[in-house]
Design a protein around this ligand. Structure first.
Ligand SMILES: [Zn+2]
Length: 132
């Protein structure tokens, strides 16, 4: 039983909202915003639902020029958690193999990603040991 359930869909939307709350940018273009959300789903209905959910909760605004503006006051500092685990992982964003997997969310639910992809997703530069 691996079919997509409504629970799975709701989980993806909540993960998307969580990812958005980890983005440190002040504002980004809508296409770039969508590009970031697409690490979780490429279903256009779901990416739209993530956008609308974040908007309805006051986490973002979308301006008439298609700029997504992040509402700083809506960022919960406790949600600002990126952890890493050593192990063999494949980056969920670019598919490269990793010796350190980075995860977003207090329950490590979004990931794994490489450090460069974390930076592209959240604008957070991670302190990391030098690696090839
Ligand atoms: Zn990557």
């Amino acid at each position: 039983m691996t079919s997509m359930t409504t629970t799975g869909k709701a989980t993806t939307v909540e993960q998307g909202v969580k990812l958005i709350r980890h983005i440190h940018a002040t504002a980004i273009d809508l296409p770039e915003f969508m590009d970031r959300i697409e690490v979780l789903t490429t279903d256009p209905r779901l990416t739209r639902e993530i956008l609308e959910t974040a908007k309805s909760r006051g986490i973002i605004d979308v301006n008439s020029d298609n700029t997504v503006v992040f509402q700083r006051a809506m960022r919960d500092p406790r949600l600002n958690s990126i952890t890493h685990k050593e192990g063999e992982y494949t980056c969920k964003r670019c598919g490269s193999s990793l010796v350190n997997g980075y995860f977003i969310g207090e329950q490590n639910e979004i990931g794994p990603f490489g450090p460069e992809c974390v930076r592209k997703l959240t604008d957070v530069t991670l302190k990391q040991p030098a690696e090839g």
